[in-house]
Design a protein around this ligand. Structure first.
Ligand code: DP6
Length: 323
């Protein structure tokens, strides 16, 4: 049996909108490049075994998985086996547990499919040969992760990952950033990111966004390289607001924010001389990116607003590991 742990990532430049395709090689093919920070404290622990049984056993966060999730896992395992010219296993025993609240706005599909990809390679090759193969084929592994979930290709390495075309590659920047998530809601997100990507295609803002995103990425990369936190932060916020506006103007309109999200964001935007900056994934929770511990600052803000929200503090991390 193979055990793996993998961490999710938070996107600074977002993957929002993917190609409509029936070509399996172009599944989850983003319309634009994206840049992210891989986390470390938040982890998915996955166990996988290939067995001679009649049916798969799939347990996610201690519950039997839905038929849809079972099918997604089986499809992913089969795709990786086929890509490597290996036989498809008769049955799987799959268990995965997140140590962070699933659907708390931390993309669990990213760590889940990164962990699963590692686990399949471990089952096919044995742990040591898999480690070696992964070291020699980092883009290929990231591409496998992408087939399961687009953002998973960026959890194949760290601390920073740039996803362009089929896969993501590691980027090194001198800034050591952390992500403190203000969990304003633990509810499952109202619209899945899959449906969000689809709705984005109908948004009149998308074309304009796609012409701007490459230059924003270049400026953000330069800001990270030169450790210019203020420039980085301004671009980070502009990007997050744009992604959510694209979502809002799609058909159907997708609104991920709650009243508390709005109140937190407007308080942050009114503050002068901030050295921490926000971004949001496809959900209501606010990710604060900073170089220092900002828990006290955030607790003060939340207390003033009378909002009871948990904080999840995370730091930069690396590729998945066999355990
Ligand atoms: C808003 O990777 O969850 O978090 O490819 O359909 O699985 P699928 O989508 P997913 O989309 C993530 C969207 C995002 C932005 C990002 O992580 O870049």
């Amino acid at each position: 049996m193979i055990k793996v742990r993998a961490s999710p990532n938070i996107a600074f430049i977002k993957y929002w909108g993917k190609e409509r395709t029936s070509d399996p090689q172009r599944v989850n093919w983003a319309l634009n490049p994206s840049l992210s920070l891989t986390l470390s404290r938040a982890q998915t622990l996955t166990q996988l075994e290939f067995v001679e049984a009649d049916k798969d056993s799939v347990v996610i966060d201690k519950l039997d998985a839905s038929t849809r999730d079972c099918a997604k896992i089986r499809t992913h395992v089969e795709r990786v086996c086929i890509a490597l010219g290996k036989p498809i296993p008769r049955a799987l025993i799959y268990r995965s547990d997140n140590n962070f609240p699933t659907a708390a706005g931390i993309a669990s599909s990213a760590s889940a499919f990164a962990a699963l990809t590692w686990a399949v390679l471990g089952c096919l090759m044995g742990r040591e040969r898999a480690e070696e193969w992964i070291r020699l084929n980092p883009r290929r592994v990231s591409e496998f992760c992408r087939w399961g979930s687009g953002s998973a290709c960026r959890s194949a390495g760290g601390p920073y990952m740039l996803w362009r075309d089929e896969a993501a590659s590691v980027q090194e920047f001198p800034l050591k950033l952390r992500d403190t998530v203000i969990i304003v809601s633990r509810q499952k997100k109202s619209v899945s990111s899959r449906d969000g990507h689809e709705a984005a295609l109908s948004s009149p803002l998308l074309t304009q966004r796609l012409t701007r995103v490459e230059s924003r990425l270049a400026r953000m990369t330069e800001a990270l390289r030169s450790q210019n936190l203020a420039v980085f932060g301004a671009l980070l916020e502009e990007e997050a607001l744009e992604m959510h506006e694209v979502a809002r103007q799609g058909t159907p309109s997708v609104e991920y924010w709650t009243e508390d999200t709005r109140r937190v964001l407007s308080t942050l935007r009114e503050m002068t001389n901030r050295d921490f900056y926000f971004t949001l994934d496809a959900g209501p929770n606010v990710h604060i990116i900073s170089t220092r511990d900002v828990r006290r600052d955030l607790t003060e803000i939340l207390d003033k607003l009378g909002i009871r929200a948990e904080l999840w503090e995370d730091e930069s991390g690396d590729c998945p590991q066999f355990i």
